[in-house]
Design a protein around this ligand. Structure first.
Ligand code: FAD
Ligand code: NAD
Length: 474
């Protein structure tokens, strides 16, 4: 007899695979369809995040940071490290090993949780109480399901004037596999990927130039953090960040690339041997068959969903990068859990106001909630507490004391509206702020909580005290 699944998930990235596992855990008969293939042409679960995104980039960031520390930091501790060298192919192999471990891990999790998996490209062909999906692959199959979760993610935005070959001119995929340190790497786009990948190759010895089209740096980030970051990335890290620069054309002769760009109406050129294009990502909403069933997309290609991720067709849901909101793995996963629970008759919800952001540069940048410039623009009265890591004993002991914690609270209710960190382990510190905001905490609540000494979290405590100008260590 023909199988009718309770849930068919299209896409096995952090949105799709988590949705499938949660749905199966809740007793729903679940299938997950994914078309990703690795460099060897084999099916590989985990989507962008595990294969060519979060995990491999963090592996390279860690390797390159260790290399840089060995050269520039160890001597401060009295450790002499001479003839330090980096074997780039070993570094890449380590990264590939970590990716494999995690992508294989999803395969095991699917088996453990009774999720059926199908490799191939899915296209929705008809709707109704049962939705039909055609899956192209080695042999074409039709999958029928009472509910569909579209989790097709996103892909890099390419520029017509900069044709990506993923050898010399790379998007995020090629950028994670450059086989040796470039002499001069040009990054187009000073966003999250540009700064993370630029940092990796800068630490390994490349000259790195970043051309950013906008006249301002990191526009989504709190202005004080963006200003500090620009200063540190330029002076300490050595990234050559040029704002207001629009690339016009690229020509390659063998290994030499000439780039022409416009800055203040002047045409300029630069020579480089690799390019990373990191100018944002576009949702994967075409080729999914949305037009066959009337699932609406907006003018930028995002699938239109309500607060519970329901599309314009009642039993078709969409989550993750293919819908509104930040393009972040944890946001995709939480939407996956919420939708699976909604389908199972429970209550699923994701608070998009408290999604943490992290940029894994050195120093790290992390934030949650509103920026000072957002609040000014909205006319919301606020107070600020700001504590520099230079006054933190733990940061000094670690030898990483650049940056600060900035807390913003409502001027009259004292409720925390945003927390912005640039500094050591910002990625870990931000969790306290997320929990506080999710529970509607005030700055005084954080100020009254005991924080371990010496720990970096004391900087959060001091920033909260600073809201009422009650700093104890400043
Ligand atoms: P994806 O992970 O894109 O997965 C979608 C899957 O669906 C893919 O496997 C795709 O092949 C498949 N698919 C698409 N169409 C079809 C179809 N028609 N049929 C079958 N399968 C289909 N986010 C973070 O939170 N932290 C980070 O540190 C971070 N680092 C990043 C670094 C880089 C270099 C990049 C590129 C991204 C990074 N991100 C990070 C973003 C993160 O990867 C995405 O937000 C996340 O992967 C989105 O998850 P998703 O499940 O929505 O989609
Ligand atoms: P981004 O949106 O972070 O940055 C793109 C940058 O390119 C922007 O500053 C933009 O102004 C600039 N730009 C756009 N067009 C340009 C042009 N023609 N010339 C020069 N600059 C141009 O995008 P991204 O860095 O490609 O990353 C995509 C998304 O992936 C991120 O927004 C984020 O959601 C996700 N991501 C997250 C992490 C993380 O969480 N640590 C890491 C990497 C990627």
């Amino acid at each position: 007899m023909e199988t009718i699944y309770d849930v068919a998930v299209i896409g096995a990235g952090p949105g799709g695979y988590i949705a499938a596992i949660r749905a199966a855990q809740l007793g729903l008969k679940t299938v997950c369809i994914d078309d990703f293939t690795d460099a060897a042409g084999k099916a590989s679960l985990g989507g962008t995040c595990l294969n060519v995104g979060c995990i491999p980039s963090k592996a390279l960031l860690e390797s390159s940071e260790n290399y840089e520390k060995a050269i520039h930091k160890f001597h401060e501790h009295g450790i002499s490290a001479t003839n330090v060298s980096i074997d780039v192919s070993k570094m890449l192999a380590r990264k590939d090993g970590i990716v494999k471990q995690f992508t294989n891990g999803i395969d095991l999790l699917f088996k453990k949780n009774n999720v059926t998996q199908i490799h191939g490209r899915a296209q929705i062909v008809s709707k109704g109480d049962v939705v039909s999906i055609k899956v192209g692959g080695a042999s074409e199959v039709i999958v029928n399901a009472k509910n569909v979760i579209i989790a097709t993610g996103s892909q890099p935005r390419h520029m017509k004037s900069v044709p990506v070959d993923n050898e010399y001119i790379c998007d995020n995929k090629g950028a994670l596999s450059i086989p040796n340190t470039p002499k001069h790497l040009l990054v187009i786009g000073a966003g999250v990927i540009g700064l993370e990948m630029g940092s990796v190759w800068r630490r390994l010895g490349a000259q790195v130039t970043i051309l950013e089209a906008l006249p301002h740096f990191l526009t989504a980030v709190d202005e004080a953090v963006a200003k500090e970051a620009k200063k540190i990335f330029t002076k300490n890290v050595g990234l050559d960040i040029r704002l207001g620069c629009a690339v016009q054309s690229v020509t390659r002769k063998g290994k030499e690339i000439t780039v022409t760009y416009k800055e203040d109406d002047n045409l300029k050129t630069l020579e480089c041997d690799r390019i990373v294009v990191a100018v944002g990502r576009v949702p994967n909403s075409s080729g999914v068959g949305l037009e066959n069933v009337g699932v609406k997309v907006d003018e930028r290609g995002f699938i239109v969903v309500d607060n519970h991720n329901v599309s314009s067709v009642k039993n078709i849901y969409a989550i993750g990068d293919v819908v509104r909101g930040p393009m972040l793995a944890h946001k995709s996963s939480e939407e996956g859990v919420a939708v699976a629970e909604t389908i199972a008759g429970q209550y699923g919800d994701v608070n998009l106001e408290t999604i943490p952001w992290v940029i894994y540069t050195s120093p790290e940048i992390a934030w949650v909630g509103q920026t000072e410039q957002d609040l000014k623009a909205d006319g919301v009265p606020y107070k600020v507490g700001k504590f520099p890591f230079v006054a933190s004993g733990r940061a000094q002991a670690i030898g990483d004391s650049a940056g600060f914690v900035k807390m913003i609270a409502h001027a009259t209710t004292d409720r925390i509206l945003g927390v912005h960190i640039i500094g050591p382990y910002a990625s870990e510190l931000i969790s306290e702020a997320v929990v506080a905001m999710e529970f509607g905490a005030t700055a005084e609540d954080i100020a009254r909580i005991v924080h371990a000494h010496p720990s970096l979290s004391e900087a959060m405590h001091e920033a909260a005290l600073g809201i009422d100008n009650r700093y104890l260590s400043l």
